[in-house]
Design a protein around this ligand. Sequence first.
Ligand SMILES: Cc1cc2nc3c(=O)[nH]c(=O)nc-3n(C[C@H](O)[C@H](O)[C@H](O)COP(=O)(O)OP(=O)(O)OC[C@H]3O[C@@H](n4cnc5c(N)ncnc54)[C@H](O)[C@@H]3O)c2cc1C
Length: 596
Amino acid sequence: MPIYKAPLEDVRFVLDEIVGLDKLSALPGYEDATPELVGQVLEEGAKLCEEVLFPLNQSGDGEGCHFENGEVRTPKGFKEAYTTYIEAGWQGLACDPAYGGQGLPKLVNTMLEEFICSANLSFGMYPGLSLGAYNALAMYGSDELKQRFLPKLVDGTWSGTMCLTEPHCGTDLGIIRTKAVPDEQGAFKITGTKIFISAGEHDLTGNILHLVLARLPDAPAGTRGISLFLVPKFMPDADGTPGARNGVACGSIEHKMGIKASSTCVMNFEDATGWLVGEPHKGMRAMFVMMNAARLAVGIQGLGLAEVSYQNAVNYARERLQGRSLSGVKAPDKPADPIIVHPDVRKNLLTARAFTEGARALGALTAYKLDVAEKHPDERTRRDADEFVQLMTPIVKALFTDIGFDSANIAVQVHGGHGFIWETGVEQYVRDARICQIYEGTNGIQALDLVGRKLPQDIGRLLRHFFHPVGRDIEAAMEKDELGEFVMPLAKAFAKLQQATALIAQKGLKDPEEAGAAASDYLRLFGLVALGWTWLTMVEKAQARLEAGEGNAAFFEAKIKTARFYMTKLLPQTNSLFITIAAGAKPLMELEDAAF
Ligand SMILES: Cc1cc2nc3c(=O)[nH]c(=O)nc-3n(C[C@H](O)[C@H](O)[C@H](O)COP(=O)(O)OP(=O)(O)OC[C@H]3O[C@@H](n4cnc5c(N)ncnc54)[C@H](O)[C@@H]3O)c2cc1C
């Protein structure tokens, strides 16, 4: 049986030491988010995830969703768990109090999302999609749409979807065919087919609000001709009660590799009534609000799966007895030593651990910057924070989901043959983690976003929000003897990142294929340095706490040892990444298509 305990101590360390909860509650509007309150919220959230959501994870995987007569039934226990979730107000945790939300920081919600994704990723898809729809509507919806629909999304009685993908287009949304024709009431009639729509149909809520990309009759070709519409499953009455059925129906659900308890639907729109969200032909802009938030959320899905995979791998490695330690017997009273003594098993465990804890710190920092970008009184500070988030979004999405998949794979490996068996529970994490690398823009597309958009934006201004603080922190750490062994590897890796950036900027200007060829390796190199940066800060803080004799010494010592592993065993991967980047596009492009 798989296990899960929310990593509250590590989350608390990250919130206190990497972000600084006092800075959070100093932001206007977040005065109530005191360290005590945040602690209580996270403890309650942990309980919900451990006791309500996690017990349904494996059974939900085994049972999957049911499709009968156009309706979808979620697995046993999901409806009750969802009711518990919304009745406790979790859906509106970070939403605007004007619509019934609790107005807590996005950072707190992000930490909760990690717990949910560890406990039950399929369950998390339903509230996650609703939050995405809330974000897009809150930013681009008319006042009337907001008043009418946001309170229902916030209290969770209605849910949301994002309907982008069509059978012939996923990455290239410029070629979508779904049509929107104005009607006489000032609304629109939407017709078309969307596929792979998460939470498109289910039995958890009384209504479903679809945010749909479609083309108006006079739309220019490509992404400049896409508009966004809100299409409810049931047309609400004036008082908000779901009334007549709208022209949207689920045609079928997919039978898929993972997240089996999350419904993935073909949605058919036939003259469905919808309302424009934002301006005509500017739908991509509104959808990007939803997509950017969703990309960060998918990164957190990767983090959640990495954490639960790590916990199960460690648990098994402590119990499983095989062979004897190379340095002499460790458990003489037992027929063999636990496999945790073997260097190769430890390498697997530490890889998952170091990536997971580093990602948690970087994820928390990015979520904090989201809060600063929204709430800080100083405009320049808000802009800088927003630009940091823009830069980090593809990295969080792609790096964290790779980490989630790799850690799940590690958990299977540590379990040996038992890892391959369904009952053990960890092979589910591999299957569930795989989709995170694909949806919300594949990881390859995230890498292109990083090199094609984020790098050159405003002549490298976004980059400076990362390069400057990292450079400053390295310089300061060089002055401290006790940080020497940690800062030297980071300084070398950072130099490689700077060289790679200059190389791509130079070559990519002349030939975009050079930038495209380097993109994935560059994102990985960037991500490894970013995690190294957070590890340097964590070491410094852990050393300080140890010196002051505060808190749990074993926890801080483990932090320092894990940092040593990261800096010496994982961060040097940046060297080989640099070499492959420097090899350029030719080795990828010279083989003729026909010769493949
Ligand atoms: C379980 C599940 C849930 C989903 N949920 C939703 C949802 O709720 N709403 C929704 O709208 N969609 C959803 N999707 C769709 C998902 O977002 C798409 O599958 C994804 O964006 C990729 O699109 P595609 O499958 O058409 O692949 P394609 O776009 O055909 O890509 C195929 C491959 O080619 C690569 N590629 C494509 N174009 C380029 C390029 N220009 N440069 C380099 N490489 C390129 C891609 O990286 C990929 O490896 C979901 C999919 C699944 C499987």
